[in-house]
Ligand binder design. Structure first.
Ligand SMILES: C[S@@+](CC[C@H](N)C(=O)[O-])C[C@H]1O[C@@H](n2cnc3c(N)ncnc32)[C@H](O)[C@@H]1O
Length: 277
């Protein structure tokens, strides 16, 4: 019988390890979360106990197990057109503002989970092009990144079941941007898929290879991080944004006390942040 107990010493060592490698801070009483998320790996790796999973995953040469353990500890809750206003604002004002650059507008969905955010961005761009033909002459490129290989696989497959489709999508958007699959799921159409490039990226690591952006969406991930990690990530976002570039955070997240490189813009409903010029 596999042993699912989690000693206090294993838990506190694992907490430190997880924060160091992903930024995710586990609260003091989240043993149940570690147990439920990592228990399936005991069978998969033929390890006798949860403690063995944790101890093995902390060894640098166990790269595959380590990656699966971190992957399993991520929270991937997401939905289509989440919070609505960022997408509405993009379509009504922000894309037009950046359209005069004479080059593609560059958007980054940082921590994209299973793809709903970057695909909602792509749909917003397509809708803007339909409403105002010729308004985005150089087009838009969307980079979407996440730490989790499982999520990136789902993003690339772009296939969603009824439960996922029911969260935030209108019937009109379903009809226009998805094609039905024989299994009963629906797949994002190629014209939407083509607009998004997916790539593995850890927000704690360097952003140098990603290039510069006009708009960054990083929503509902910094809430899991400690203030020092948040501040470092925000410094890196400021460096990755072109002057006047825009940052959207999640509805419950803020920059307060973490950086002074952005101005807050109230757009009622909601806010966004603009990099100082
Ligand atoms: C709650 S989801 C948010 C998805 C989407 N941005 C939204 O707002 O709907 C958080 C995502 O952050 C990712 N994540 C966690 N730590 C990360 C890190 N250090 N680097 C990159 N992504 C990370 C997780 O894998 C997960 O997919």
């Amino acid at each position: 019988m596999p042993n699912k107990t989690l000693a206090e010493s294993d838990y506190s060592q694992f907490k430190q390890f997880l924060e160091q490698h992903s930024g995710i801070v586990l609260g003091d009483n989240k043993q149940y979360l570690v147990r439920s998320r990592l228990a399936p790996l005991m069978g998969k790796y033929d390890l006798p106990s949860l403690s063995a999973v944790i101890q093995q995953s902390m060894k640098p040469m166990e790269r595959q197990l380590r990656s699966e353990v971190i992957d399993a500890m991520t929270t991937n809750e997401t939905l289509w057109f989440r919070d609505r206003y960022p997408f509405e604002l993009l379509g009504s004002e922000l894309l037009a503002e950046f359209a005069h650059l004479g080059r593609p507008i560059k958007i980054w969905s940082a921590a994209c989970s299973s793809g709903q955010e970057p695909y909602s961005l792509a749909m917003t761009v397509l809708e803007t092009q339909q409403k105002k033909p010729g308004s985005l002459p150089a087009g838009v490129t969307i980079l979407a990144t996440d730490l989790s290989p499982t999520m990136l696989e789902r993003c690339r497959a772009a296939e969603y079941d009824n439960l996922a489709l029911g969260r935030g999508l209108s019937e009109e958007r379903k009809r226009q941007f998805f094609e039905p699959m024989p299994s009963g799921t629906m797949r994002v159409r190629d014209n939407v898929k083509r607009m998004v490039t997916f790539r593995a990226h850890n927000l704690l690591e360097s952003y140098a290879a990603l290039g510069k952006f006009d708009i960054i969406f990083c929503r509902n991930v910094l809430i899991y991080f400690a203030p020092e990690a948040k501040a470092k990530i925000l410094r890196q976002f400021a460096a990755a944004l072109n002057p006047g570039g825009i940052l959207f955070l999640g509805a419950s997240e803020s920059l307060a006390g973490l950086t002074d490189e952005f101005d807050m813009v109230r757009c009622n409903p909601g806010i966004y942040y603009r990099k100082r010029r």
